[in-house]
Design a protein around this ligand. Structure first.
Ligand SMILES: Cc1cc2nc3c(=O)[nH]c(=O)nc-3n(C[C@H](O)[C@H](O)[C@H](O)COP(=O)(O)OP(=O)(O)OC[C@H]3O[C@@H](n4cnc5c(N)ncnc54)[C@H](O)[C@@H]3O)c2cc1C
Length: 242
């Protein structure tokens, strides 16, 4: 665990969707898929963001409130201060794997997919879900990695009309997977955990609860079911959501 604050310069800003921007920094971190860094905006707040890529450090940030609004205003050459990485990473199981991400929940799943050797990525299927086509992040990036990409939208503007969980259930009925990894809204991850449990498939979820202390486990903000998300998570066995 690295508790020292570091400051890095933004070298590139990519507009991923109408709400999400990717920030590429002129630094690297020693991180594993599923881990996060705490980004500090002086005078405002400190917030956790999953690592998209560790070299160069890349963060993908959805504009949802005051801190992320401020981060979205940053430009090439501006600086970001962070500490970390923190948290328990995913356990990567070999074989055919299914990734299920809702919105910016695809962030840790992208890092997971990119950490698997290129020649094995054809065994990865990713389901990405959002409300509309405009809000679907990372589809092109997963395709470039060589993964099979399936899209779902609530309004049917792209891919399957419905929820990621419906498509995942159909797929898991038809095909055999050795592991399922999910990140996104709690209700989505719980359903994915239930389906995987019923089919006896290894399942891990990344729980993105609010927290303040980030990695220390002292503020208690992120506790659920007796678990300290910032330190014992954010990646857990899907069974914790059953
Ligand atoms: C381990 C972890 C990894 C994360 N990774 C990313 C990431 O890669 N990219 C990213 O964009 N965000 C990520 N988040 C969420 C991110 O930390 C919050 O979006 C951020 O704190 C919002 O700050 P804000 O001040 O802009 O908005 P706030 O004022 O804190 O929130 C604005 C609105 O969004 C809602 N909200 C904010 N955060 C959450 C949340 N975590 N769950 C549900 N509702 C929420 C609030 O209820 C409120 O309505 C992660 C969170 C955790 C715990």
């Amino acid at each position: 665990m690295d508790n020292i604050y570091r400051t890095a310069k933004i070298t590139k800003v990519e507009v991923e969707t109408s709400k999400v921007k990717n920030f590429i920094l002129d630094t690297k971190v020693k991180a594993f898929p599923g881990q996060y860094v705490m980004v500090w905006i002086p005078g405002l707040n400190e917030k956790p963001f999953g690592v998209v890529q560790s070299l160069p450090l890349t963060l993908s940030i959805a504009k949802v409130g005051p801190t992320t609004e401020l981060i979205h205003k940053l430009k090439i050459g501006d600086k970001i201060t962070f500490r970390g990485p923190y948290g328990q990473p995913f356990t990567i199981i070999s074989g055919k794997i299914l990734l299920v991400g809702g919105g910016y929940g695809v962030v840790p799943l992208y890092f997971l997919a990119s950490s698997i050797p290129a020649k094995k990525r054809s065994k990865i299927t990713v389901i990405i879900g959002a409300r509309t086509k405009k809000e679907l992040p990372f589809a092109a990036k997963f395709k470039r990695l060589g993964c099979k990409v399936l899209l779902t939208t609530d309004d049917g503007s792209s891919g399957f009309k419905g929820f990621t969980t419906q498509l995942a259930e159909k797929l898991l009925d038809k095909e055999k997977f050795s592991a399922v990894y999910s990140c996104g809204p709690m209700v989505m991850m719980r359903k994915i955990a239930q389906i995987s449990h019923a089919k006896k498939i290894f399942c891990q979820v990344s729980v993105e609860s609010f927290f303040k202390c980030g990695g220390f486990g002292i503020c208690g903000e992120c506790c659920f079911n007796g678990l300290i998300v910032c330190r014992e998570g954010p990646v857990f066995d899907g069974k914790v959501l059953l």
